[in-house]
Design a protein around this ligand. Structure first.
Ligand SMILES: C[S@@+](CC[C@H](N)C(=O)[O-])C[C@H]1O[C@@H](n2cnc3c(N)ncnc32)[C@H](O)[C@@H]1O
Length: 268
């Protein structure tokens, strides 16, 4: 397959997420979420992320979540005391779900449909905290360019908080006969391509727009953040998985891989 341009990959990823949205509503999890968000103290954040956000300080702060998907994590930021939350995503279909959840919640987040590489100017220099969680970095064709746009949303002294899957995992195929066989280079340049809907559990045997998943080394992530004017003040790796259930098989091993990481970087 020919390598897509960055613009083509971003647009196709948007279409793929839109094509996938209805499958995410078709689950008991969505029904449970519809009720759960009616509670003022609703939170779906795990203890790793909630603990880090508490340490960084979200109380009374203006917070943006980039790649907010259905907004469940954006809504959870109110339980930590956020004053106002803005969620940004380029999938209109997922933002419809986010607005549906918000309409049942006592809180009033704002959801903005935009490609992170083309955000409206009113978002610049506005936030105390910017949040990126599980499964966002790998949709970005150029990680340095991405951090440049993310950094622009922060006030000087504002903090970017990242909770992501570990890039070492991209070297393994959890569905292979030997899931520990090295399957793909850590330094892989070409994206992984999928033509079915993007779902978190199992597979949906249907055609959808192609989605492009890019591998970024830890070095590229650190360098991209630093070049964007962000000082890295925290970085930690963990032995627990924060991604699809398939990856749980890599937990609790004697020779343990790092499965996810947290990073905090402060705008200069
Ligand atoms: C895996 S989801 C994030 C899920 C989130 N951590 C959660 O648990 O709800 C990734 C999101 O990033 C969004 N996304 C991907 N590329 C984007 C871009 N260039 N601009 C804005 N959003 C983007 C997708 O539309 C999708 O909703």
């Amino acid at each position: 397959m020919e390598m897509p341009t960055h613009e083509t990959a971003i647009a196709s990823n948007r279409d793929a997420w839109n094509d996938s949205a209805r499958h995410h509503k078709d689950s008991p999890d969505w029904q449970a979420l519809l009720w759960a968000v009616t509670q003022a103290d609703f939170s779906c954040l795990d203890e790793t992320l909630a603990g880090l956000l508490t340490q960084v300080g979200v109380d009374a702060k203006e917070v943006v979540q980039l790649g907010c998907n259905n907004g469940r994590e954006s809504l959870s930021l109110y339980a930590l005391g956020a004053r106002h939350v803005v969620g940004i995503d380029q999938s209109g279909a997922f933002l419809d779900q986010a607005r549906e959840l918000a309409s049942r919640s006592p809180h009033s987040p704002e959801f903005i449909e935009a490609d992170i590489h083309r955000m409206p100017p009113q978002l610049q220099g506005r936030f105390d905290v910017a949040l990126i969680t599980i499964g966002v970095l790998n949709w970005m064709p150029d990680i340095s360019e991405f951090f440049r746009h993310v950094a622009q949303t922060l006030k000087p002294g504002g903090a970017l908080v990242v909770y992501e899957t570990h890039p070492f995992l991209e070297m393994f195929d959890p569905e292979a006969a030997d899931p520990y066989r090295l399957d793909s280079s850590y330094f892989r340049c070409e994206p992984f391509v999928q033509n079915e809907p993007i779902v978190y559990e199992g597979k949906v045997e249907q055609q959808a727009a192609a989605s492009f998943w890019f591998v970024h080394t830890l070095g590229a992530i650190f360098s991209g953040a630093i070049a964007a004017g962000l000082n890295i003040s925290h970085f930690k790796e963990y032995p627990h998985s924060n991604r699809e259930e398939l990856y749980n098989r890599y937990q609790q091993q004697a020779a343990q891989l790092p499965l996810c990481f947290t990073l905090v970087a402060v705008k200069r």
